[in-house]
Design a protein around this ligand. Structure first.
Ligand SMILES: [Zn+2]
Ligand SMILES: [Zn+2]
Length: 269
């Protein structure tokens, strides 16, 4: 495990799970798909459940914790959650009561040689968070499920070489799409999800501040098209230093995204 990479296992409204590997640690972020899918994806990169160093949960919505009960039964890796997330989960799943490692949002800790910073995200969950994972000089930021990018979140993500950022919906598709009106309001609101234009604008800010690999994530199945999300962010990056832009597909990525790769911008799954 000398290499450093991020491997998206599932992304979008039906399930979210990603694997971060660096510094001898293998860390899953969220468990929003079945344990079977997670195990199959780990096998594809030569890992098993026993190789996992930790799991970091962002919040208690089902698309982020669907595989949690089975994971707690079958796997031994410690699972970290913010206090509010852990309390919300314990109400539904008794196994969570003593199996979760609880932190306060904003607190930092470490997993092997990886430093973990946590930060609050604006989302309609009990106590949702994003993460910065650092190993040596390499900083990796993770922010999905946020209605907007607050200043303190922006400050933390700036300077991360690699960022997984939500590009949830196209505002016109959302408006014209099949969601009932209250749900449209929720998704577009300040405690909902980041739109393609908001993602693109912040992506430009990140690239000006050193980000060289972007992974657009949590794309809506009904209110977005991968090419649209990709083109919107690429257009915002025109004239800026080179940055690889990847889309996290609904199912697992074909190949992990290696950190620090200076590759030409291209659409890849
Ligand atoms: Zn959510
Ligand atoms: Zn979500």
């Amino acid at each position: 495990m000398a290499e450093r990479y991020y491997y998206s296992i599932a992304s979008g409204s039906t399930g979210n799970c990603g694997l971060y590997v660096a510094g001898g640690a293998a860390i899953l972020i969220d468990l929003g798909v079945s344990l079977r899918k997670i195990t199959a994806a780990l096998t594809a990169v030569g890992l098993g459940l026993d190789d996992l160093s930790a799991v970091l949960l962002t919040h208690e919505h089902i698309d982020h914790v669907k595989g949690l009960p089975m994971f707690l039964k079958k796997a031994g890796a410690p699972v970290f959650a913010s206090r509010g997330t852990a309390e919300a989960l314990a109400q539904k799943e008794p196994l969570c009561r003593d199996r979760l490692n609880v932190f306060e949002s904003g607190e930092a800790f470490w997993v092997r040689d990886v430093d973990v910073e946590t930060f609050e995200t604006p989302h309609d969950a009990a106590d949702s968070v994003g993460y910065i994972l650092s190993h040596g000089e390499s900083r990796f930021g993770f922010a999905t499920d946020l209605g907007f990018v607050p200043r303190d979140v922006a400050d933390r993500l700036r300077g991360c070489g690699t960022v997984v950022l939500e590009s949830n919906h196209d505002p016109h598709m959302l408006q014209a799409g099949p969601y009932p009106y209250p749900l449209k309001m929720r998704v577009a609101g300040p405690a909902g999800h980041l739109s393609n234009p908001d993602c693109a604008a912040f992506a430009a800010d990140l690239v000006k501040n050193g980000t060289r690999t972007l992974i657009l994530a949590h794309l809506s199945e009904k209110n977005n098209i991968p090419e649209l999300a990709f083109q919107q962010t690429r257009a915002a990056l025109r004239g800026l230093p080179a940055c690889a832009v990847h889309i996290a597909p609904r199912e697992r990525m074909e190949e992990p995204v290696l950190f620090g790769e200076e590759e030409a911008c291209s659409l890849s799954g």
